[in-house]
Design a protein around this ligand. Structure first.
Ligand code: MN
Length: 386
């Protein structure tokens, strides 16, 4: 294909998919046993299909959207605005969507992902070449420890280390009382000292006094990064904590939009920024956000919402365009989700996730798996649980 023609969007379909997890995941807000996402399937009149994945960390507690809200809004409000548009006109499409639909960054990110997949396929190029080109082939990937039981978490970490899958672990915190949570984290960090890096993420559940009490204890135990201990709105508090924090203080919930990033940079509210395509409304905006962070001298990190094998492949296309990730990232979804929905298997080895070759997003949906796990086929989690 030497020249490209427009790729006009003809159909837009949103499919909710429910996948079981290999074990329960205890977030600050809830205990999850399955992971749901929306696949956004766009077909062009010219015959190309692009797919995006809007993934959420088990319901609306993190970002306000749910798989149900995404499907409802895409069916009723996004689709009529998309049909007839040229998939190459991403900035224009996103502006049009922003004018008509407030928020909904997860849905917008899933749509943008499908548009980029169409572009890549039309141009016979991987998506990373549409985003500035490849600067890395792999990403060091942290593993979430999220059962709340320190002894079991230490065993889980040792198993991951033995298999050379992960040498960095992130404790999901905030579900327990701070005293018990900090004791748990210190025990895990001390037990793994010299073997692995241990990090803590209370998902904004602590107040400043608690964070100030916890921080020196965690640092003493060897924790090398604390993520979003304070509520997302408390940027001034985050800035105060950053000033006294001898380890990386990463902002996640506090930095979703470009405006959030600008304000975080002005206040020096964090010393590391977690990038997530979903929270910022797409790969291109996340790239801009990353450039704003780097321009302010604040390093970046590749975060996750526990995407499927498809969404993880897509995230890796974006991640491949990032040069320096001093603390790595955590695209570990496919190892926590018990079922793959792609024809390709994500490649985890030597503590890293490796980029997959291919055009577009480099991943293709396994149609049989999609048929089995789509919610509108009355799939029941209990039917496949062992
Ligand atoms: Mn987080």
């Amino acid at each position: 294909m030497s020249t490209h023609s427009a790729q006009r969007i003809d159909t837009v379909e949103a499919i909710i998919v429910d996948l079981p997890l290999v074990r329960e995941q205890r977030f600050a807000a809830l205990d999850a046993r399955s992971q749901s996402m929306v696949l956004l399937i766009l077909n062009t009149r010219e015959g190309i299909q692009g797919i995006g994945e809007a993934s959420l960390p088990s319901g609306p507690w993190w970002g306000g959207e749910s798989v149900e809200s995404i499907k409802a809004n895409v069916d009723s409000y996004f689709a009529p605005l998309l049909i007839g548009e040229d998939a190459f006109a991403i900035d224009g499409i996103l502006s049009k969507l922003d004018d008509a639909i407030y928020g909904n960054s997860f849905a917008k990110a899933g749509i943008e992902m499908a548009l980029l997949d169409i572009q890549g396929k039309a141009l016979d190029q991987p998506v990373y070449n549409l985003l500035g080109g490849k600067q890395r082939d792999s990403l060091p990937v942290a593993w979430p420890l999220a059962t709340g039981d320190a002894a079991a978490e230490i065993d889980e970490a040792r198993e991951k280390l033995d298999k050379r899958l992960h040498d960095t672990f992130k404790l999901k915190m905030g579900a327990m009382a701070p005293e018990a949570d900090v004791e748990r984290a210190c025990r895990v960090a001390q037990e793994l000292e010299g073997l692995a890096k241990v990090r803590c993420d209370p998902n904004g559940r602590w107040d400043e006094t608690t964070a100030r009490w916890a921080l020196p204890r965690l640092v003493d135990a060897g924790v090398d990064l604390i993520e979003q201990p304070l509520p997302r709105w408390n940027l001034e508090g985050c800035a105060r904590l950053t000033r006294e924090c001898p380890i990386a203080h990463m902002l996640d919930e506090s930095v979703c939009s470009l405006q959030d990033m600008q304000r975080a940079a002005e206040l020096r509210a964090g010393s590391l920024i977690s990038l997530k395509i979903m929270k910022t409304g797409g790969m291109r905006r996340t790239k801009t956000l990353s450039e704003m962070a780097l321009a302010a001298g604040i390093p970046i990190y590749m975060g996750t919402f526990l995407e499927s094998s498809f969404g993880t492949g897509a995230n890796m296309q974006f991640c491949a365009t990032l040069r320096d990730l001093p603390y790595g990232g955590e695209l570990s979804g496919p190892l926590l989700v018990a079922e793959s929905i792609t024809e390709q298997s994500p490649e985890y080895r030597d503590f890293e996730l490796h980029l997959q070759a291919g055009v577009g997003l480099g991943v293709t949906i396994d149609r049989d798996k999609l048929a089995a796990f789509r919610r509108d086929r009355n799939y029941s989690l209990h039917a496949v649980r062992k």
